[in-house]
Design a binder for this molecule. Structure first.
Ligand code: G4P
Length: 287
């Protein structure tokens, strides 16, 4: 299955990102803990060259805890300052200020040597659509932080939020574009609902999801729908019978009494996206 996707507004987002990144010291990059690589923008390394970097694995509450810890170590080994966070309920968000400041230590030291003391570091949140940027900013900023107006040297209209005497955050997140060219990443982005469902064949997508789950989380479907899955599922078309079973279990029947495969596909994807199949990670760090 090939997900073709390049919305026109991404070109504008790219320009905005290039403009805003000049103003900041540190990029707080959000990825989805269920697909840390597929939700990571491929060009960010070039864009954020010479900036301090923080990588937050957001929505860890939806991902498999076993792999959460492995992914955290993976990125730490790559030199990132990293945390697992749940922006929705705030878990893990409190520590981010310290992490941001730590990521900037070298820069603060350079400033100090040049006589620049007590200048707050400037941060920006960035990530692909739907990764949780706005939710994170709201949680991170909280109610107490002051929004500062325009400042000399800063493009008119940019708002900075003072998080402490040490950190200021650009109030609009940088929107990054996902990995369009990688079909496997496109499919995983579609699984989690980060690609407009209108351009996707939902039934095809759900067959791919069954194939994946059967391999890595064999009990997820069995337990949710109380059905047996054949062991020899090798390609998407082998999974149609599973959709038929789900349709029968959920009384999704067409006029002639045939199972409604398309409705079952919708139910499966909706259950997956709402964690009703359990906490599931869709890609794994190489061990
Ligand atoms: P964006 O700015 O990057 O585009 O993402 P946004 O904050 O709008 O978040 C996208 C969706 O992800 C929202 O759900 C939000 O609630 C959810 N979300 C963000 N962070 C987390 C997290 O850590 N854990 C979980 N479980 N969900 C998270 P929505 O369905 O669009 O809205 P709502 O129904 O939650 O209001």
């Amino acid at each position: 299955m090939n997900v073709q996707w390049y919305p026109g507004h991404m070109a504008k987002a790219k320009r905005m990102m290039q403009e805003n990144i000049k103003l900041i010291d540190v990029v707080i990059e959000l990825v989805d803990a269920r697909i840390p690589l597929s939700s990571k923008n491929p060009d960010i390394d070039a864009l954020a060259a010479n900036k301090s970097r923080v990588l937050l694995l957001n929505k860890y509450d939806m991902a498999d805890q076993k792999y959460n810890d492995m992914w955290k170590s993976y990125f730490e080994e790559k030199g990132y300052h990293t945390a697992l966070i749940n922006s929705k309920n705030g878990h893990g968000v409190k520590q981010v200020k310290d992490i941001v400041y730590k990521a900037c230590e070298a820069k603060i030291e350079r400033d100090r040597k040049r006589g620049i003391i007590n200048r707050p570091v400037r941060a920006m949140v960035a990530g692909i659509p739907n990764v949780g940027k706005s939710t994170f900013i709201n949680s991170f900023v909280g109610k107490a932080s002051a929004r500062t107006g325009n400042k000399p040297g800063v493009t008119k209209g940019k708002q900075w939020i003072r998080l402490s005497s040490k950190i200021e955050l650009l109030d609009t997140p940088g929107i990054l574009w996902p990995k369009f060219e990688d079909p496997s990443a496109g499919m995983k982005l579609a699984f989690i609902g980060s690609i407009n469902d209108d351009i996707i064949h939902m039934t095809e997508l759900s067959l791919e999801l069954i194939l994946f789950l059967n391999k890595y989380y064999p009990d997820a479907i069995k337990n949710r729908y109380e059905i047996e899955i054949p062991e020899d599922l090798n390609e998407p078309k082998d999974c149609v019978s599973t959709l038929a079973q789900i349709a029968l279990k959920r009384s999704c029947l067409m006029k002639g009494g045939e199972p409604d495969i398309d409705r079952a596909a919708g139910i499966l994807l909706d259950d997956f996206r709402n964690v009703r199949l359990g906490r599931i990670t869709l890609e794994f760090p190489e061990t």
